[in-house]
Design a binder for this molecule. Structure first.
Ligand code: SF4
Length: 330
């Protein structure tokens, strides 16, 4: 996977990624800065605008606005979940409509956080698609890969060695989405195989899964030269492929690795240090933003935060009876 990964060392062992204590750390309000590559790529939607405070009763007005925002967010999530559940007929059913028309419109505003009860419904709504349907699971992924072909849709095509589509279980409950291929990934045609990828594998194993149990892909399928930030035209050309991948996969939970993937999928330019730690909604699917493995290589002290996020993912899955094949690290 992408991202500079030349400095820092991952911790050793299966839980070498996990932090020593299960307790959550208190966020540092000053950690609003972006933590991976330099600036944003300009793809994210607008942030909620700030309005001028009335000095005479500013706090009351702000409280009311926050309450309205929270209600709107909850209502939007509720509608998304109901929409997905509507396709199912009954929430929690093993049947689900296929994604024969996989084009998905991007959300027009930042995705809301999940309330506790809605999170469970969102995970439950991710039941496996019925057998025999096209454009989901392995069939859907193959059809999309065939359609992408020797893609020349953006300026990254001439410099790539391999197009890096994605790897893993086509029926995965859990999908990890990163930014873009790096040098190792470009050379091998597989996402997350460099040092950051090795750390991601440890993170997945610490959760109790094998790499082949989950699905791993990136927003961009081709390497930006020199591991530079993806540019908006490249994102707009390639992101529809990711959306269709996710539509074919229909995971229970998505883990967005790093600010780029999280901001892109959520249309939210909040720094990853504030996005992480709580579930958001991507098309009604619970999405956990977390820190990118390349960032964790540079700052191993943040591994505990990422581990907290991944434990929350396991807990959300456990609420609907989905457990990893092996015991997770403590
Ligand atoms: S990055 Fe995406 S859109 Fe650009 S050439 Fe590669 S596959 Fe095509």
């Amino acid at each position: 996977m992408a991202g500079p990964d030349s400095d820092g060392e991952p911790r050793r062992g299966r839980a070498g990624f996990a932090g020593p204590s299960p307790s959550r750390e208190v966020r540092n309000p000053s950690e609003g800065s972006e933590v991976e590559r330099g600036g944003r790529a300009g793809f994210a939607g607008p942030s909620p605008s700030r309005e001028v405070r009335n000095p005479s009763h500013g706090s009351e007005v702000d409280d009311a606005r926050e309450a309205v925002r929270a209600l709107v967010g909850q209502f939007r999530t509720h509608l998304e979940i109901r929409g997905r559940s509507g396709l199912l007929g009954v929430s929690g059913s093993s049947k689900r409509a296929s994604v024969d028309a996989p084009a998905i419109s991007a959300p027009s505003s930042p995705s809301p956080s999940f309330e506790s009860s809605e999170l469970e419904a969102g995970v439950a709504a991710g039941d496996r698609p019925p057998a025999g349907k096209l454009r989901t699971g392995a069939n859907g992924l193959k059809l999309l890969r065939d359609e992408i072909g020797d893609c020349q849709r953006c300026k990254l095509a001439p410099s790539r060695t391999n197009l890096v589509y994605g790897v893993g279980n086509p029926d995965a409950e859990l999908v990890f989405v990163g930014e873009a291929p790096g040098a190792d990934e470009d050379a091998q045609g597989e996402p997350f195989v460099g040092r950051a990828g090795q750390l991601l594998t440890k993170m997945i194993e610490a959760m109790g899964y094998r790499r082949e149990d989950v699905y791993i892909c990136n927003v961009l399928k081709c390497r930006p030269p020199g591991n530079r930030n993806p540019e908006p035209d490249e994102v707009s050309s390639c992101e529809p492929f990711l959306k269709r991948q996710l539509a074919a996969l229909r995971p229970r939970v998505i883990v967005a690795l790093g600010k780029f993937a999280a901001q892109c999928l959520l249309r939210d330019d909040t720094p990853i240090t504030r996005l992480r730690g709580g579930f958001r909604s991507y098309e009604g699917i619970p999405l956990m933003p977390t820190l990118h493995p390349a960032y964790l290589l540079r700052d191993p002290s943040k591994k505990k935060l990422a581990w907290d996020d991944l434990k929350a993912v396991n807990a959300a899955l456990a609420r609907v009876g989905i457990h990893p094949p092996r015991p997770p690290a403590a």
